[in-house]
Design a protein around this ligand. Sequence first.
Ligand code: ADP
Ligand code: MG
Length: 249
Amino acid sequence: PQGERAVLRTDGVTKRFGGLTAVDDVDVEVQNGEIVGLIGPNGAGKSTLFNCITGTLNADEGRVYLQGQDVTDWPEYKIARAGLGRMFQETRIFGDMTVRKNLLLAAQEGGASVGNLLRRPDDSLLARTEELLDYVDLGGLADTRAGRLSFGQQKLIEFAMELMAEPDLLLMDEPAGGINPAMLENLIQYIRTANEDEEATIFLIEHNMDFVMEIADRIYVLAHGERIAEGTPEEIQNDQRVLDAYLGR
Ligand code: ADP
Ligand code: MG
């Protein structure tokens, strides 16, 4: 309905693996400024849908629109450059580099010299690095080798790295995975603040229900590749189809 204001819109996306329809005619839409959750039982097709959005996989049918532009079948790097960020379950940090250098690298545009970027980063980029590190409360670790950080801290660094690139939309695949409960509260806070201050628009897969119910404005539910529900966290928690899907009925 809101059509062109959507940062992301998929129209009938379908992906098959042999005889299995992993994603079946799925429509989703993310509006600018939203935090939208994507949930569903294991094997529901959540990661596959993300892969079709990012260009990691080509959908067999359907279209993907980013800021109203049809990016279906675009190569992954081009979709990323068009404003789509993605945070993976495994962190992809350079462990031998300092935290600051990891952030600087994350801001690198295609074509820029990596050597120059690290030796002579411009002031605005450095300022942005400090700002984002403070923001995830890791300012004191800027000169530490990233490999020395805890898993939870590395996730926060990765989150800051994604924000360096100022994506129009950030996809996160199970950001809460493997994070301890104390760190989880922080992560919720940082994602919220990023959403409010940085105007980061976020679409996230999460199996931790408390996390997703607390953070999402709106949630889509997949089961067996199909979109079975959409609504506010409250609506989703009270949706019989969703309860049935999780109970395997
Ligand atoms: P989710 O992320 O919701 O747990 P996935 O999108 O990873 O689910 O997987 C959906 C279905 O597609 C599963 O049955 C999975 O086994 C299958 N699948 C995912 N990727 C591949 C692939 N590359 N080749 C074959 N089958 C796949
Ligand atoms: Mg998955």
